[in-house]
Design a protein around this ligand. Structure first.
Ligand code: MG
Length: 255
């Protein structure tokens, strides 16, 4: 079932999403060579808890950390650990926060120092994909309109859009219906209504869209080991258009 949230509930999701935003800012401030991914995770967890919230990911299906940190060819669900950041890495950080019964979810991909031009373009395009998806998150559109907009922009730039992992509804649970794929056909899927809240999260690969999961049963990598980028916002659909909750003042469309 797809929930339609009351304004007071969207406000609560917004509070969690704001913590996610601040956690991602903090993670971004730690992007320099030599930083251990476990240290980023610890700092983010501390920030989330200092705000009275709980990291949504910790213990979720047994996930061992508060963040997913996914470097270079890791698409998503990388487990923080002893890996130190290196100049030229691109680092996806995905964070969820749970406060007063509601979750927020967001992700960004950061550069460590100077990165290859190709990686910069990949990151920029993935961010544009997210913005284009959000533009379609309007009343009476369908989920497929979001999906198709994301896919079209990624593929027009020669990239692969991950099929296996998708965006999702969010609220009382971290992952709710509907699924929000990053590929699909315009005009298809559930109709969007005011009060729905979606986590829209394109995962865009430099090469093939195909992915595989490593032996730790979490880490998802590109099959061809080329790089991947990931950006995610929690977005409320309102009569006045999409409102991004994972930014400081709620925004309408764009990044
Ligand atoms: Mg998500």
């Amino acid at each position: 079932m797809i929930y339609v949230r009351k304004p007071v509930e969207i406000e609560r999701i917004g509070r969690s999403a704001r913590i996610v935003h601040d956690a991602l800012d903090l993670a971004g401030s730690m992007m320099r060579p030599g930083t251990r991914t476990a240290d980023i995770d610890a700092a983010v967890e501390k920030l989330i808890r200092s705000r009275g919230a709980v990291p949504s990911f910790k213990g979720y299906y047994g996930f061992p950390a508060s963040t997913c940190i996914s470097i270079n060819d890791v698409v998503v669900h990388g487990i923080p650990g002893d890996r130190e950041l290196i100049e030229g890495d691109i680092v996806g950080v995905d964070v969820g926060a749970y406060l007063d019964g509601y979750h927020g979810d967001g992700a960004r991909t950061f550069a460590v120092g100077e990165i290859p031009e190709a990686s910069r373009t990949l990151m920029k395009t993935t961010q544009e994909c997210l913005a284009r998806g959000i533009e379609q998150a309007v009343v009476n559109n369908r989920v497929g309109d979001i999906s198709a907009a994301i896919q079209a922009h990624a593929e027009a730039n020669g990239y692969g859009v991950v099929r296996k992992l998708v965006g999702h509804g969010i609220g009382r649970a971290l992952h709710e219906e509907p699924q929000v794929p990053n590929f699909g056909k315009a005009g298809q899927g559930p109709k969007l209504r005011a009060g729905m809240v979606l986590a829209i999260e394109p995962m865009v690969n430099e090469g093939t869209y195909e992915v595989e999961t490593l032996e730790d049963e979490w880490t998802v990598v590109t099959r061809d080991r080329k790089r991947s980028a990931h950006f995610e916002h929690t977005v409320a659909i309102t009569e006045d258009g999409p409102v991004i909750l994972t930014v400081p003042n709620g925004d309408r469309g764009g990044e």
